[in-house]
Design a protein. Structure first.
Length: 285
């Protein structure tokens, strides 16, 4: 199902389209492979997609209202000292250590373990989205399910440490920032967790790799979703995106649906969006 979008823009919000997904209609397990079809630039999957018209609020000037605990995401102005985020070696040797200390500072965590990063560059007219040429993801999703998050701890931490770590609060948090230019082109939208009904709006999607299986969550449409973005995020700005929280008693946000979107207010001469995201296991004593 697609909707006709009326693109309207104000200083405080834009009206545009967000792509949601639906589980397989036959009731089978939802899945997506990591094998890219070079003709379509997409992965093999059995979920369905639906475009829905939404209003996305520009929260610049009131960023302080949105925190990891209440909304599931939080914006900060923290320039990086790393000058070459296009080089994987530099990212791992310089940006990783800097970001570990930054995440500790911003969250109060006692331990942070980065387990990967992704650099994205929108390439207009190209369909290729292979691992080495990742583009912004135009689909509402959550990176990790509860099952996948626990598996991440087992996968990335020494086996003898895992039982004790799982007794305490832990999270998976992405640190996302633009590279080079403000992210006016295809920016990042985040859905306030307080507007999400987790058991109805999300469902597990098996992510099938050649060597193992992960699990993300698809996001189904809900007209009550409240989408937010920080228009024109600069490389000095970042957003922490909560993908999982082991505290699930209703007191805090557990995750954040997010997606790239076409912003009707983007200037025609804006450079294609470039960004980098780090994924971190975040532990508390």
């Amino acid at each position: 199902m697609s909707t006709t979008t009326t693109t309207t823009t104000t200083d405080s919000a834009v009206t545009t389209t967000i792509t949601y997904s639906l589980p397989p209609p036959d009731g089978s397990r939802a899945y997506q492979t990591t094998v890219i079809d070079p003709k379509t630039g997409t992965w093999e999957r059995n979920t369905l997609r639906e475009d829905h018209e939404v209003q996305i609020e520009n929260v610049r000037g009131k960023e302080h209202l949105y925190t990891l605990d209440n909304a599931g995401f939080q914006y900060f102005n923290r320039p990086t000292k790393v000058t070459n985020l296009a080089d994987d070696k530099v990212v791992q040797e310089e940006y990783y250590p800097e970001s570990i200390e930054l995440i500790k500072e911003l969250t109060g965590a006692s331990r942070v373990v980065l387990f990967d990063h992704t650099r994205r560059l929108r390439r207009p007219g190209e369909v290729d989205d292979s691992p080495e040429r990742r583009q912004p993801v135009n689909l509402a999703h959550v990176d990790q399910s509860t099952k996948a998050s626990i598996n991440r701890v087992h996968r990335h931490l020494p086996a003898e440490e895992v039982p004790e770590l799982l007794k305490h609060r832990f999270q998976i948090i992405n640190l996302w920032r633009p590279i080079g230019n403000p992210a006016l082109d295809w920016p990042l939208a985040l859905c306030d967790y307080r507007s999400v009904v987790p058991e109805k709006d999300t469902y597990p999607v098996a992510l099938i790799f050649p060597t193992h299986e992960g699990e993300t969550m698809g996001v189904q449409p809900n007209p009550k979703h409240q989408w937010k973005y920080l228009r024109g995020m600069t490389p000095d700005e970042l957003v922490l995106i909560k993908c999982f929280d082991s505290v699930q008693d209703g007191s805090v946000a557990v995750f954040t649906p997010h997606t790239a979107f076409k912003d009707p207010s983007t200037p025609k001469d804006a450079p294609p969006r470039a960004s980098i995201e780090l994924r971190a296991l975040v532990f508390y004593d």
